[in-house]
Design a protein around this ligand. Structure first.
Ligand code: FAD
Length: 438
């Protein structure tokens, strides 16, 4: 790849999705230009969890060691009841790493973003800021974008990775965001500030409670502590415009256990995130304009897969491009004597393959995320029933995680089946039968 000249691909949006995709495509020899509306590349917020389906890709990109040096490898993910603090279930992350071959990591968002930014620079991606894209159109040979100042740019492929409020999505799909009436507060503080709060420094802890939950884990080599407080906003339910404000935060967690309540005063109160998603859609590719990341599938964050899905999208798109480029090279070799050898990779086929596998996987994550949220936020008798079922789960039962944390599928055939609940007794018989047969 080289800078300047006409790009093969324009990526709109320099978030984690846009940058990771730009890097993936540049690795395959494409000239990639990223257009970011902000004055500088960056990320807001604090921690992000990256599961084995993402660390596997980072490893392939040669970026895992850098990520490990900046992140933390927690020992467990522990889910607790937010009211009585009792443990409900856990994932043993050392065993999880053995099962999936790659670690479960937590990392500061700006560190993960920085890893991709540096990788893009090394790969020769053209990185342009202060470029707000306001319109898109297909041209036949590719697609054209229009910037706010009226200038236009063209490329054979335009990837719209412009986030939840995507301009491309508005133009091509025209759907609305869906409000969950929940809001998230974040904070990352020096670990000394929380040591007396009864925290588990080496774990990711999720306290789930009636209409609220609280996530905690250490960051940056264990020096910082990340907290996310999420709750249902009464003002949102009442239809008020200005909802999720700090006055609602304290009230939402008043009935929770000590560890959670002690964490609440530390939350940042000058910024909060209303929890919005969109209904899944089936068409992400419109001619030579492809939606990617949150622009294509913004989730509620309960599965902690939003940024990961975006990274997977770019990896899958690049793999299919590479496959078609290799086929084009082979065809060019075969016809070299008869023609000038200029056989172009079939971009449309690569885009169709990307859409065929990613749409369904991300639909599952989005809908499962919504259901997961409902389960976390139960109250009354339903909360107690949930707790009983969760406590019965075997820590080493991976039925629930294989379809998410296993290797990213490149074709629909490779997508693992989703877990379907079976009665506990028959599950035990099946497990026994497998052992007998092994
Ligand atoms: P964005 O990060 O939104 O990036 C879009 C970029 O496009 C931005 O840089 C923006 O400035 C730019 N842009 C927008 N419009 C234009 C335009 N018109 N022209 C040019 N540029 C434009 N995910 C996980 O995987 N793990 C987690 O643990 C996790 N936790 C989360 C916790 C919370 C509280 C929240 C809110 C989300 C969480 N997520 C998590 C989800 C994750 O943050 C997002 O899914 C992910 O950041 C989406 O990346 P993206 O690049 O697609 O979009």
């Amino acid at each position: 790849p080289s800078t300047g000249g006409k790009p093969d691909v324009i990526v709109v949006g320099g978030g984690i999705g846009g940058l990771s995709t730009a890097f993936a495509l540049a690795r395959e020899g494409l000239r990639v230009r990223v257009l970011e509306r902000a004055k500088e590349f960056g990320e807001v917020g604090a921690g992000i969890q990256i599961a084995p389906n993402c660390t596997r890709i980072l490893d392939e990109y040669g970026l895992l060691d850098e990520a490990k040096s900046l992140g933390v490898l927690p020992e467990n993910i522990v889910m607790r009841d937010a009211v009585d603090s009792r443990e409900l279930t856990r994932l043993d992350l050392r065993d999880l790493e053995r099962r999936y071959g790659f670690p479960y990591m937590v990392i500061h968002r700006s560190d993960l973003h920085g890893i991709f930014l540096r990788a893009c620079r090394r790969a020769g991606v053209e990185l342009l800021t202060d470029r707000k894209v306001v319109d898109y159109e297909n041209t036949g040979a590719g697609a054209r974008i229009r910037l706010e100042d009226g200038r236009t740019e063209e490329a054979p492929l335009v990837v719209a990775a412009d986030g939840l409020h995507s301009v491309a999505r508005r133009k091509l799909v025209g759907d609305e965001v869906v409000s969950s009436d929940y809001v998230a507060y974040r904070a990352a503080v020096p670990i000394e500030q929380v040591r007396e709060n009864g925290i588990a420094e080496k774990d990711v802890t999720v306290h789930v409670g009636p209409r609220c939950h609280f996530v905690q884990y250490a960051l940056r080599g264990g020096e910082m502590f990340n907290q996310v407080a999420v709750f249902e906003s009464p003002k949102a339910l009442a239809g008020q415009e200005d909802w999720g404000t700090p006055d609602e935060l304290d009230a939402a967690f008043a009935g929770t256990c000590d560890t959670v309540r002690k964490g609440i005063p530390l939350m940042w109160r000058d910024r909060w995130w209303q929890m919005l998603d969109r209904d899944p859609i089936e068409t992400w590719v419109h001619g030579r304009i492809a939606l990617l990341g949150d622009a294509a599938h913004p989730p509620l964050q309960y599965m902690a897969q939003g940024a990961i899905m975006a990274i997977e999208d770019g990896w899958v798109l690049a793999k299919h491009y590479a496959r078609h480029a290799a086929a084009a090279d082979a065809a060019a070799d075969a016809t070299a004597t008869a023609t000038d050898g200029d056989v172009r990779p079939d971009l449309d086929a690569a885009l169709a393959a990307y859409e065929a596998v990613r749409v369904e996987h991300c639909r599952r994550i989005l809908t499962t995320g919504r259901a997961w949220g409902e389960l976390w936020h139960l109250g009354g008798v339903e909360r107690l029933q949930r707790n009983a079922i969760m406590r019965a789960r075997d820590t080493y039962d991976y039925h629930f995680t294989d379809w998410v944390y296993g290797p990213t599928a490149l074709t629909p055939d490779e997508e693992p089946p989703m877990f379907t609940p079976v009665p506990l007794a028959s599950a035990a018989i099946e497990d026994g039968a497998e052992e007998d047969g092994a």
